[in-house]
Ligand binder design. Structure first.
Ligand code: GDG
Length: 492
């Protein structure tokens, strides 16, 4: 069973003794002029130091098609590139992962493509990851596999290496069986994940959806209360591990002089409005950007918001630009921004400031600090780290978070203004509640949000997952080199 959410975090959770190998679609690095440097993002910041401390390895793709450099070391961590061809990027990544699984796992918000050529590429790339892991993982190591692109790897790896302890974390929601059942390869996906010792989800709902799917499709023996699925060869534990952010890093950046100055400059550049509303999202149809823009426009039309006093800044980070649903979404949003600005802006003072750009982290934090009301309104989201970053950045103790009930973050951030974004009027009311909220209430809610976020940062999340994974393996007596012929690294 999973540990309670208030389980002691970070430094209080002992690190596993075994070597750790992480597998994710992407390696945690970007190519720079001088070679490689760590990619930005909380997951990388949480996992790299831990891998360094345990002499660990990361297996993944460089992000460039047909790019297969030899394994190399970065800051004490071994990186093993897995090559993916341009055609496989189209079929496995843009196709099966992002045009098949992604919409299906997000409430089927868009039609999924189910294409057997894409599926075959998904299988082939998952095989390649399993091979790379089987070749590199030291005997008895913990292997932690991440996300929907690699759901077949646990089973493929267990077939090759019975000595390993295998964990998987799904960063996005796991859908209810009624939706999951649409997937032509639903049984293969569930069997893939059942190769794990521990499968982790963001929310309790994801964990129970997965157990129900396993029961429906494979007639497994499952204990739903204890969250264990019994297999002939091993037990599969299912847990809930809400991911978080590097709170210290966000707070430190937010407290810097440069950030304070930039925040004042941003306010001035926006024409010193009374209230700055803010949205920060990858430009993804799951994030509810259009819906938020329409709510803003309706409030301007009704006079409840005033373009002279209220402005909206929307950062929409480019993402998956080759996938048609994303191109459509971008066109719709940009048309809406144009329409609303055309109607309500004044010379030199647009009512919506729209940035289709990836901003530097410091600039993002300055924007969070400048934002009086943060709008996080996804139709469905595994967690949503932007909501947590906004609260962590508000070291001034002020600011209001409007948060969709359909984001995983809503389970923890109950002091946000929670809203059902499918309900137009409710969303408009939530925005007005946030804009008009009395300072005393704003500060009370923000203090509660910040307390909650500080209780669980990303390092604690990783430590807790790994501690539970190791505990399940120890309980099962795993870790001795396997008696089969496939035990040793490189043997497969
Ligand atoms: C998936 C799940 C889950 C955004 N724009 C810029 C920028 N960002 C950063 C944010 C934040 C991250 O990207 C986005 O994280 P989210 O959690 O909001 O969303 P997804 O990308 O969909 O992530 C999600 C997450 O995995 C983790 O498990 O929470 O539910 O969908 O950190 O700050 N960063 C910079 N410039 C930008 O313009 N530097």
């Amino acid at each position: 069973m999973s540990l309670p959410p208030d389980f002691p975090f970070a430094h209080e959770t002992p690190r596993p003794d075994r070597p750790i190998v992480v597998a994710a679609n992407r390696l945690p690095v970007m190519r720079t002029e001088g070679g490689w440097s760590p990619s930005p993002g909380g997951l990388v910041r949480a996992l790299l130091p831990m891998l360094r401390a345990t002499g660990g390895t990361w297996v993944g793709w460089t992000g460039n098609p047909d790019d297969a450099p030899d394994p190399f070391e970065l800051e004490g961590v071994d990186l093993h590139p897995v090559p993916i061809s341009a055609r496989e990027v189209e079929l496995y990544y843009e196709g099966f992962s992002n045009d098949g699984l992604w919409p299906l796992y997000h409430d089927a918000l868009r039609e999924s493509t189910y294409d057997s050529e894409q599926w075959e590429a998904y299988v082939a790339v998952n095989e390649r990851f399993a091979e790379a892991l089987a070749d590199t993982a030291p005997s008895g190591a913990i292997v932690w596999i991440h996300d929907y692109q690699l759901q077949l790897v646990p089973k493929m790896l267990r077939e090759r290496r019975t000595d390993l302890v295998i964990g998987f974390f799904l960063h996005i929601p796991f859908p209810p069986y009624e939706l999951f059942a649409r997937l032509p390869w639903r049984t293969e996906i569930v069997e893939g994940l059942l190769g794990c010792d521990l499968v982790g989800f963001q929310r309790p709902m994801g964990a129970s959806n997965f157990i129900v799917s396993a029961e429906q499709l494979l007639d497994v023996d499952a204990d739903e209360d204890e969250r264990v699925i019994h297999r002939p060869t091993h037990d599969v534990h299912v847990g809930v591990f809400p991911i978080s952010i590097d709170v210290g890093d966000v707070e430190a950046t937010a407290a810097g002089r440069a950030t304070r100055q930039r925040m004042s400059q941003i306010r001035a550049r926006l024409g010193d409005p009374e209230v700055i509303l803010l949205g920060v999202d990858r430009l993804d149809y799951t994030k509810g950007i259009g819906l938020r823009l329409r709510a803003f426009a309706a409030l301007l039309a009704s006079g409840e918001l005033d373009p002279e006093r209220h402005v909206l800044v929307q950062v929409a980070t480019p993402t998956r630009e080759a996938v048609e649903h994303y191109q459509d979404e971008r066109h719709q949003i940009e048309r809406l921004v144009g329409e609303i600005n055309g109607r309500y802006s004044r010379i030199g003072l647009p009512v919506i400031h729209y940035l289709y750009q990836t901003l530097p982290f410091d600039e993002l934090i300055a924007l969070y600090r400048a934002g009086d009301v943060m709008l996080v309104t996804p139709f469905r989201d595994g967690m949503n780290l932007v909501a947590k970053e906004y609260a962590a950045a508000h070291i001034d103790g002020d600011g209001v978070l409007v948060l969709s009930e359909f984001a995983g973050a809503a389970d923890e951030l109950t002091d946000a203004v929670l809203v059902n974004p499918h309900d137009d009027r409710a969303l408009q009311e939530a925005i007005i509640t946030a804009v008009e909220m009395h300072r005393h209430e704003r500060r009370g809610r923000m203090a509660a949000l910040r307390d909650q976020i500080r209780k669980s940062d990303v390092q604690g999340w990783a430590d807790r997952f790994l501690a539970e994974l190791e505990a399940t393996a120890d309980a099962a007596g795993a870790g001795a080199p396997a008696s089969s012929t496939l035990a040793a690294p490189g043997a497969s």
